[in-house]
Design a protein around this ligand. Structure first.
Ligand SMILES: NC(=O)c1ccc[n+]([C@@H]2O[C@H](COP(=O)([O-])OP(=O)(O)OC[C@H]3O[C@@H](n4cnc5c(N)ncnc54)[C@H](O)[C@@H]3O)[C@@H](O)[C@H]2O)c1
Length: 346
């Protein structure tokens, strides 16, 4: 059985990846565990917890602390969205770029064969109406997107015949995870439908956004673990045309799936600069059996069901210190539980 190391395994995506890979691989995870809230505690241990679970900041972690050499490393750990990247600029570079490269260097020395990096389609920036291909110019607009570009560039240099690196440029994540996030457009719309019977779109609704369900992200990670290629470094867009929407159309689809919610547009709002469409044809071509399988209607219903069954009150969810990542970190700082560099204070 292959041994997989996941760095950042207790965030939004990590538990869903663990659930997907668990029966096929031995999984060890390392995470500092900033985000403890679980929307749903049912079956958590059986479904979403790795074989070995290390709670530690990876800025202070060395691979030789493990008693095995992983067959593949999946680097999910990050300051993982634009608002957090803006608030914690220095730490974003430290974790998303410097620490990633430090661990990749160690991995190469130890003889790890594969390193999988969670990158983002947001590195294409304001891309206009042409679908962005992997070979197109990248224009990262935010500190978060810039940190992903720096890592990709350095990882490409490190990659070699015996140390293959795949950078998965993910579309925006969506859907149910027990570690729910409500700072994501799809999930935000679902909660709005349930709590307010109305989706108020913050932009003018025009921007294009490619999305991907978390379960389909996990599927693509399985693909990346198994994929063999002559290329030392591969950067690949992960998503699908089926899940690429204008924001207003996404809102209508979700509202329709969940019943009688209204969709309200704010026509006076400035267009959102982060409008882009992405070309997923390479992924379609080389990962035929790992293409996104989820559909919007079911994804909205599953998420809605879990929200309705949970004990949390979602009325004021945009200020939630449990499910909005930036609020969680700021709350931990205010309570003096983590410091400026986001290390736990003992
Ligand atoms: N969610 C999305 O829409 C999306 C889209 C594209 C790419 N990605 C990327 O996928 C990855 C996972 O995303 P997510 O949504 O699960 O993010 P998340 O913020 O929910 O989880 C990240 C996890 O990394 C951990 N972490 C951060 N810094 C750490 C450190 N120094 N030491 C140990 N653990 C640390 C956190 O505790 C957290 O559990 C990220 O790299 C993100 O940039 C996410």
């Amino acid at each position: 059985m292959k041994k997989i190391l996941i760095l950042g395994h207790t965030g939004y995506i990590g538990p869903v990846v663990i659930n997907h890979l668990k029966n096929k691989y031995y999984i060890c995870g390392v995470d500092t565990n900033w985000f403890k809230a679980r929307i749903n505690k049912k079956n958590y241990r059986e479904k979403y917890v790795s074989n070995k679970n290390i709670i530690k900041d990876i800025r202070n972690f060395k691979l030789n602390e493990l008693n095995f050499i992983p067959d593949a490393i999946i680097y999910l750990a990050a300051i993982s969205n634009d608002p957090m990247g803006h608030e914690f600029k220095k730490v974003t570079k430290e974790i998303n770029s410097n620490c990633c490269v430090k661990i990749a260097k160690e991995a190469k020395k130890l003889g790890v064969k594969k390193f999988i990096f969670a990158s983002s389609c947001s590195i294409y920036g304001a891309a206009g109406n042409t679908k962005k291909k992997e070979s197109d110019k990248i224009q990262p607009l935010t500190d978060y997107a810039k940190s992903k570009v720096i890592s990709e560039k350095k990882l490409e240099k490190l990659s070699s015949k015996n140390f293959k690196i795949i950078s998965l440029r993910f579309a925006t994540a969506a859907g149910y995870s027990p570690k729910l996030r409500l700072d994501l457009v799809f999930n935000d719309f679902v909660v709005n439908c349930i709590t307010k019977k109305e989706i108020l779109i913050l932009s003018n609704g025009e921007p294009w956004r490619p999305l991907i369900h978390v379960k389909d992200m996990a599927l693509s990670i399985e693909w990346a673990i198994e994929y063999t290629t002559k290329k030392n470094f591969l950067a690949i867009n992960i998503g699908s045309d089926k899940w690429t929407f204008r924001i207003r159309d996404l809102a209508s689809k979700i509202a329709k799936s969940l019943g009688k919610a209204k969709v309200k547009l704010n026509k006076n709002n400035q267009p959102d600069k982060r409008s882009y469409t992405v070309d997923f044809s390479l992924f379609k071509k080389i990962a035929k059996n790992f293409q996104p399988r989820e559909n919007v209607k079911d994804a909205a219903k599953v998420l809605a069901k879990n929200i309705l069954e949970s004990n949390y009150d979602f009325k004021n969810f945009r200020n939630s210190t449990k499910f909005i990542r930036l609020k969680t970190l700021k709350n931990l700082q205010e309570k003096k539980l983590i410091n400026k560099q986001l290390f736990w204070i003992k």
